[in-house]
Design a protein around this ligand. Structure first.
Ligand SMILES: [Cu+2]
Length: 124
């Protein structure tokens, strides 16, 4: 009887761990402010939300709200866009661009340790 309980616990724990690591990351949709799609991203040991969804063809403003100091997250780099922006500690810094086509625009801290993603979807 005891063995069955142990096996059930093991199966439940395994399922929880698998779910934790492989569950699809939920994307946060950017808010519209007039023509601009605005997303507020908290920078603290990572980027939250980690995935932001925007529509192609409209300007995007990402507001990086950096709630920490230290070297790691002091830069945010969009290598595909040629953007490398300094994020002063405890301030909000905007990064603006207009995605022309659907796809994914990854970004990272200056050391490529923290990662975030802008998912660009077709307008509609
Ligand atoms: Cu870093």
């Amino acid at each position: 009887m005891g063995n069955i309980v142990v096996v059930i616990i093991a199966v439940v724990l395994t399922a929880a761990i698998v779910w934790y690591f492989f569950a699809p990351r939920k994307a946060a949709a950017a808010n519209r402010q007039g023509a601009v799609q605005v997303a507020h991203i908290v920078v603290k040991g990572g980027y939250s939300p980690q995935v932001v969804e925007v529509q192609a063809g409209s300007p995007v403003r990402l507001e990086f709200d950096r709630q920490e100091d230290g070297e790691c997250s002091s830069h945010v780099v969009f290598s595909d866009l040629g953007i490398d922006r300094t994020l002063p500690a405890f301030q909000t810094t905007s990064v603006e661009f207009t995605p022309s086509k659907p796809g994914e625009i990854p970004y990272a801290c200056g050391m490529n340790m923290l990662h975030g993603l802008v998912r660009v979807v077709a307008k509609g």
